[in-house]
Design a protein around this ligand. Structure first.
Ligand code: ACO
Length: 277
């Protein structure tokens, strides 16, 4: 299998920098996630995972919306009486937005360019980093539909947001903006709309300067220790750090030591200091 030229509900392109842009592409429906969008994302993310030219994956939306959540017509109403179709699309949703995204070895960034509602909180939470338009509108609107934040949304919001905020926004269904999303740990950086893309590219480039295998191991380590106690975390991290040295064929650690201790050409503690070649 390989990336297809065309997907019905998502546009995917890998630029010269190595940024893979996956853009939800149903702007006329505010990128509401229908079954086909889930099938497209499932295929795309699996392919990007093994595509060497894709160094960082960015998820964004076409038009004025990141995603208006699950498609109330196609994902819910039209499958209510079709258990087979419902099972397939629900599993595709879980597969890409939970299993594949949260286990990706590549850095993933959500670039939130507008509306973000309901079920879209799951892929948001499972991206490693989030850059948001400061005026993007977020909403846990499920209560307004007479449902609960299901499809694992309740779990991801209590994991990510302060509990009291999660309760407030889930019970009221009130919206909040990108600045507030940063305040509540749902996003990392909020910028004006006209700076969103440049900020995302700068962040992606910063990540591309790191060792890819060290980044992958860092992501795995942080995600794994969340569910461990302290003794388990020590044990796991000791093993993981040894495994990293084995996996890092570029010997980044040894090179860093040599540059810092012997050649004195590199000071990582001072931030993004350009390395001498
Ligand atoms: N499911 C299905 N269709 C949707 C959805 C959705 N979640 N969101 C928007 N659309 C459709 C609208 O029905 C409309 O379709 P139409 O042109 O065929 O009538 C089209 O997208 C444009 O929507 P508008 O409401 O006209 O766009 P506007 O820019 O005025 O508002 C907004 C955008 C705020 C996102 C609004 O569409 C909205 O509130 N959508 C619902 C958001 C929501 O509550 N999502 C959670 C769903 S539940 C869940 O995810 C578990």
């Amino acid at each position: 299998m390989a990336l297809r030229e065309h997907y019905e509900c998502v546009v995917v392109e890998i630029d010269d920098d190595g940024i893979a842009w996956a853009t939800f592409n149903r702007p006329e429906k505010r990128n509401a996630m229908n079954p086909q969008l889930h099938y497209d994302m499932e295929h795309i993310l699996i392919e990007l995972e093994t595509e060497p030219s894709a160094k960082v994956i960015v998820l964004t939306g076409a038009g004025n919306s990141w995603s208006a959540g699950m498609d109330l017509r196609e994902y819910f109403r039209e499958t209510d009486n079709d258990p087979e179709a419902q099972y397939k699309s629900f599993m595709a949703n879980k597969h890409w937005s939970w299993d594949i995204l949260s286990n990706s070895r590549k850095p993933t960034i959500a670039m939130v360019n507008g509306y973000l509602f309901g079920g879209a909180f799951v892929p948001l939470a499972n991206c490693d980093l989030v850059v948001t338009d400061e005026d993007a509108i977020y909403g846990l609107s499920e209560i307004n539909w007479g449902i609960i934040p299901g499809g694992i949304v309740s779990k991801v919001i209590v994991d990510k947001m302060p509990f009291r905020n999660a309760m407030f926004y889930s019970m009221t269904g009130r919206t909040f903006d990108g600045k507030k999303a940063v305040e509540m740990n749902l996003a990392d950086i909020a910028v004006p709309a006209d700076k969103l893309r440049a900020e995302t590219i700068a962040l992606a480039r910063e990540l591309m300067e790191k060792s890819p295998v060290a980044l992958a191991f860092t992501k795995q380590a942080l995600r794994a220790v969340v569910n461990m106690d302290v003794p388990q975390s020590y044990e796991y991290l000791m093993t993981k750090i040894q495994a990293l040295q084995f996996m890092d064929k570029e010997k980044t650690r040894a090179r860093g030591m040599e540059e810092f201790l012997d050649n004195k050409t590199y000071r990582p503690g001072l931030g993004a200091v350009k390395r001498e070649e």
